[in-house]
Ligand binder design. Sequence first.
Ligand SMILES: *[C@@H]1O[C@H](CO)[C@@H](O)[C@H](O)[C@H]1NC(C)=O
Length: 230
Amino acid sequence: MGSQKLLLVTLFLLAFASSAQGYDFFYFVQQWPGSYCNTNNQRCCYPIYGKPPSGFGIHGLWPNYNRPPYGAYPQNCYSNSIPIMSNRQVSGLVPNLQTNWPSWTCPRSDSSNFWQHEWTKHGTCSEAVLSQYDYFRVSLQFKQSTNILQCLITAGILPNGRYYTLASVTAAIEKCIRHTIYVKCNIDKWGHDQLYEVYTCINKSGTMLIDCPVLPTPTCLSFWIRFPSF
Ligand SMILES: *[C@@H]1O[C@H](CO)[C@@H](O)[C@H](O)[C@H]1NC(C)=O
């Protein structure tokens, strides 16, 4: 009896440990600073190193499940990895991170707290596949290979404060990167839906874009969404 119980407990722990560490794919999330700043519920500040070039910036690379319960994702996984700024390889990426992964929070910062937060919350859950250095290196590579702003401009969708249909925004990006995506909206000061983030999907090994296996709940509820200038 005692050994049976022990066996059950062991099996349970093994199942729990493997599901806690597993994930099926990544969301690679880029944000439009105009919509981060242009909303009632948050202030925004330029980083201390100045205004980064106009464009989408990286929010994060997020390991995700493609199975129920949908909406759940692994986070803050156990890790004994060193703080990112003590990692000499990661330090070598800092100029590139400053340009492509800026933090807009106030008070102004050097953005490193943002990178550390993304690593701790999300990156630690894919550490068996992407080392701390690879997590940042691969994110920067995908940022470069998916030029979302250029995709939109090519389709005549410009950050000029005008309104576009969600369908046209989605189609423009999907045609350009040849994979399905998700557009997330937030609400501007006047209560209108606006283009806030673009989620692309990357396979489990972090090597290539894929069609998104599962999409978050829709957040662009109006037919027309605004693309604010920045
Ligand atoms: C991801 O894509 C690469 C390149 O095609 C492939 O070699 C690898 O097996 C894929 N990984 C997964 C987990 O699908």
